[in-house]
Design a protein around this ligand. Structure first.
Ligand SMILES: [Zn+2]
Length: 47
């Protein structure tokens, strides 16, 4: 069981190392492009 969790975490880390293309808006928590200067859902501009 432990090995299963460990390999799962490794897989997750590997995925996250691939250049992220989205981030979560701090206000509405929607996924928006990392390069966005303004949230397309709520208009938040402070990231
Ligand atoms: Zn937002």
């Amino acid at each position: 069981m432990f090995m299963l969790i460990k390999s799962y975490n490794s897989l997750r880390e590997a995925e996250e190392e691939v250049a992220p293309i989205t981030k979560n808006c701090i206000t509405c928590a929607m996924e928006i492009p990392v390069d966005a200067k303004k949230c397309g859902y709520c208009g938040e501009t402070h990231f």
